[in-house]
Design a protein around this ligand. Structure first.
Ligand code: SF4
Length: 192
Protein backbone atom coordinates (compact mmCIF):
# COMPACT_ATOMS: atom_id res chain seq x y z
CA UNK A 1 0.00 0.00 0.00
CA UNK A 2 1.41 3.39 -1.02
CA UNK A 3 2.01 6.00 1.66
CA UNK A 4 0.92 9.48 0.61
CA UNK A 5 2.89 12.44 1.91
CA UNK A 6 -0.51 13.76 3.11
CA UNK A 7 -0.78 10.61 5.31
CA UNK A 8 2.40 11.75 7.07
CA UNK A 9 0.98 15.22 7.68
CA UNK A 10 -2.29 13.75 9.02
CA UNK A 11 -0.44 11.14 11.10
CA UNK A 12 1.46 13.89 12.89
CA UNK A 13 -1.84 15.54 13.78
CA UNK A 14 -3.37 12.27 14.99
CA UNK A 15 -2.52 8.67 14.08
CA UNK A 16 -6.20 7.87 13.65
CA UNK A 17 -6.79 10.18 10.71
CA UNK A 18 -4.85 8.18 8.07
CA UNK A 19 -6.61 5.09 9.44
CA UNK A 20 -10.05 6.68 8.86
CA UNK A 21 -9.13 7.94 5.39
CA UNK A 22 -7.10 5.05 3.99
CA UNK A 23 -8.35 1.96 5.84
CA UNK A 24 -12.01 2.79 6.58
CA UNK A 25 -12.36 4.91 3.42
CA UNK A 26 -13.99 8.01 4.97
CA UNK A 27 -13.57 10.93 2.59
CA UNK A 28 -12.34 14.15 4.27
CA UNK A 29 -14.67 17.15 4.07
CA UNK A 30 -13.31 20.47 2.87
CA UNK A 31 -12.79 22.37 6.09
CA UNK A 32 -12.78 26.16 6.34
CA UNK A 33 -9.00 26.19 6.78
CA UNK A 34 -8.53 23.91 3.75
CA UNK A 35 -10.76 26.24 1.71
CA UNK A 36 -8.70 29.30 2.75
CA UNK A 37 -5.52 27.41 1.88
CA UNK A 38 -6.81 26.53 -1.59
CA UNK A 39 -7.86 30.15 -2.20
CA UNK A 40 -4.39 31.31 -1.23
CA UNK A 41 -2.84 28.87 -3.70
CA UNK A 42 -5.10 30.15 -6.48
CA UNK A 43 -4.21 33.73 -5.60
CA UNK A 44 -0.50 33.03 -5.98
CA UNK A 45 0.35 32.77 -9.66
CA UNK A 46 3.66 31.44 -10.96
CA UNK A 47 4.98 34.97 -11.64
CA UNK A 48 4.52 35.90 -7.97
CA UNK A 49 6.32 32.72 -6.92
CA UNK A 50 9.18 33.54 -9.35
CA UNK A 51 9.45 37.02 -7.85
CA UNK A 52 9.60 35.61 -4.31
CA UNK A 53 12.29 33.09 -5.30
CA UNK A 54 14.38 35.86 -6.90
CA UNK A 55 14.12 37.83 -3.63
CA UNK A 56 15.81 34.85 -1.99
CA UNK A 57 18.70 35.08 -4.45
CA UNK A 58 17.60 32.06 -6.49
CA UNK A 59 18.71 32.15 -10.13
CA UNK A 60 15.65 30.90 -11.91
CA UNK A 61 16.18 32.08 -15.49
CA UNK A 62 17.43 28.70 -16.72
CA UNK A 63 14.64 26.64 -15.18
CA UNK A 64 10.88 26.30 -15.01
CA UNK A 65 8.15 26.25 -12.39
CA UNK A 66 5.58 23.47 -12.44
CA UNK A 67 2.51 23.53 -10.23
CA UNK A 68 1.01 20.39 -8.66
CA UNK A 69 3.99 18.23 -9.48
CA UNK A 70 3.25 14.54 -8.82
CA UNK A 71 6.06 12.21 -7.84
CA UNK A 72 6.38 8.69 -6.49
CA UNK A 73 9.12 6.30 -5.51
CA UNK A 74 8.51 2.58 -5.87
CA UNK A 75 11.60 1.93 -3.75
CA UNK A 76 10.33 4.03 -0.83
CA UNK A 77 6.65 3.19 -1.38
CA UNK A 78 5.77 6.90 -1.07
CA UNK A 79 4.02 9.33 -3.37
CA UNK A 80 2.80 12.90 -3.25
CA UNK A 81 1.84 16.05 -5.09
CA UNK A 82 4.02 19.11 -4.53
CA UNK A 83 2.31 22.52 -4.69
CA UNK A 84 5.02 23.91 -6.95
CA UNK A 85 8.40 22.65 -8.19
CA UNK A 86 11.28 24.67 -9.59
CA UNK A 87 13.48 22.56 -11.83
CA UNK A 88 16.66 23.44 -13.72
CA UNK A 89 19.89 21.66 -14.69
CA UNK A 90 21.50 22.93 -11.50
CA UNK A 91 18.83 22.41 -8.85
CA UNK A 92 15.39 21.12 -7.98
CA UNK A 93 13.40 23.00 -5.33
CA UNK A 94 9.99 22.02 -3.91
CA UNK A 95 7.76 24.88 -2.77
CA UNK A 96 4.85 24.45 -0.38
CA UNK A 97 2.12 27.08 -0.15
CA UNK A 98 0.42 27.52 3.21
CA UNK A 99 -2.13 29.92 4.57
CA UNK A 100 -0.28 30.39 7.85
CA UNK A 101 3.12 29.87 9.43
CA UNK A 102 4.06 26.22 9.18
CA UNK A 103 4.01 23.86 12.20
CA UNK A 104 6.05 20.65 12.50
CA UNK A 105 3.64 18.56 10.43
CA UNK A 106 4.11 20.89 7.44
CA UNK A 107 7.89 20.86 7.90
CA UNK A 108 7.92 17.08 7.72
CA UNK A 109 5.61 17.21 4.71
CA UNK A 110 8.23 19.30 2.89
CA UNK A 111 11.03 17.03 4.14
CA UNK A 112 9.00 14.11 2.72
CA UNK A 113 8.90 15.79 -0.70
CA UNK A 114 12.63 16.48 -0.56
CA UNK A 115 13.26 12.80 0.30
CA UNK A 116 11.02 11.71 -2.58
CA UNK A 117 12.72 14.07 -5.04
CA UNK A 118 16.14 12.82 -3.95
CA UNK A 119 15.16 9.37 -5.17
CA UNK A 120 14.94 10.77 -8.73
CA UNK A 121 17.22 13.86 -8.77
CA UNK A 122 20.74 14.55 -7.46
CA UNK A 123 20.51 18.26 -6.91
CA UNK A 124 17.81 18.73 -4.27
CA UNK A 125 18.70 19.72 -0.71
CA UNK A 126 16.13 22.28 0.49
CA UNK A 127 12.72 23.73 -0.15
CA UNK A 128 10.64 26.84 0.47
CA UNK A 129 7.46 27.68 2.29
CA UNK A 130 5.36 30.52 0.98
CA UNK A 131 2.75 31.59 3.52
CA UNK A 132 0.64 34.46 4.71
CA UNK A 133 1.91 36.38 7.68
CA UNK A 134 -0.68 38.06 9.93
CA UNK A 135 -3.29 37.07 7.37
CA UNK A 136 -2.11 39.42 4.61
CA UNK A 137 1.65 39.75 3.97
CA UNK A 138 3.09 37.02 1.77
CA UNK A 139 6.36 35.65 3.12
CA UNK A 140 8.83 33.09 1.86
CA UNK A 141 11.16 31.00 4.03
CA UNK A 142 13.85 28.59 2.98
CA UNK A 143 13.78 25.26 4.81
CA UNK A 144 16.77 22.89 5.02
CA UNK A 145 15.95 19.49 6.56
CA UNK A 146 17.79 18.66 9.78
CA UNK A 147 19.03 15.24 10.78
CA UNK A 148 16.24 15.11 13.37
CA UNK A 149 13.65 15.81 10.64
CA UNK A 150 14.90 12.81 8.67
CA UNK A 151 14.73 10.61 11.77
CA UNK A 152 11.19 11.83 12.59
CA UNK A 153 10.07 11.34 9.00
CA UNK A 154 11.35 7.76 8.90
CA UNK A 155 9.73 7.01 12.27
CA UNK A 156 6.39 8.39 11.05
CA UNK A 157 6.55 6.36 7.80
CA UNK A 158 7.42 3.20 9.72
CA UNK A 159 4.52 3.71 12.14
CA UNK A 160 2.01 4.49 9.34
CA UNK A 161 3.04 1.30 7.49
CA UNK A 162 2.60 -0.67 10.73
CA UNK A 163 -0.84 0.88 11.36
CA UNK A 164 -1.99 0.16 7.79
CA UNK A 165 -0.78 -3.41 8.01
CA UNK A 166 -2.49 -4.15 11.34
CA UNK A 167 -5.73 -2.38 10.24
CA UNK A 168 -6.47 -1.73 13.93
CA UNK A 169 -7.69 1.74 14.90
CA UNK A 170 -4.76 3.54 16.56
CA UNK A 171 -5.01 5.19 19.98
CA UNK A 172 -6.53 8.71 20.06
CA UNK A 173 -4.30 11.77 20.27
CA UNK A 174 -3.28 12.67 23.81
CA UNK A 175 -3.89 16.33 23.00
CA UNK A 176 -7.67 16.62 23.41
CA UNK A 177 -7.66 20.18 22.02
CA UNK A 178 -6.91 18.76 18.58
CA UNK A 179 -10.21 16.84 18.69
CA UNK A 180 -12.24 20.08 18.82
CA UNK A 181 -10.96 21.04 15.37
CA UNK A 182 -10.99 17.53 13.93
CA UNK A 183 -13.45 16.63 11.19
CA UNK A 184 -13.37 12.97 12.31
CA UNK A 185 -14.54 13.55 15.87
CA UNK A 186 -17.95 11.97 15.12
CA UNK A 187 -16.16 8.68 14.48
CA UNK A 188 -14.23 8.75 17.77
CA UNK A 189 -16.60 7.42 20.44
CA UNK A 190 -13.91 7.02 23.07
CA UNK A 191 -12.78 10.61 23.52
CA UNK A 192 -14.18 13.02 26.12
S1 SF4 B 1 -11.27 13.35 17.07
FE1 SF4 B 1 -9.31 13.38 18.18
S2 SF4 B 1 -8.75 11.24 18.43
FE2 SF4 B 1 -10.35 11.31 16.85
S3 SF4 B 1 -9.23 11.41 14.92
FE3 SF4 B 1 -9.65 13.51 15.54
S4 SF4 B 1 -7.87 14.18 16.67
FE4 SF4 B 1 -7.79 11.95 16.55
Amino acid sequence: MWINISDIKQHLYCERIPYYIRIVGIKPNTTYSMHIGESFQKYLDLNTIKKLLKQQGEFIEDGKLIDNFCIKSTKLGIKGSIDCLFISNKKVIPIEIKFSKYPLMYKLQLVGYITLLKSSYDNVSYGYFIYKHSGKIIKINKYIPTQLDIINLNLAIKQIKKNFKSMVRPKPTNNIEKCFFCEYKNFCNDII
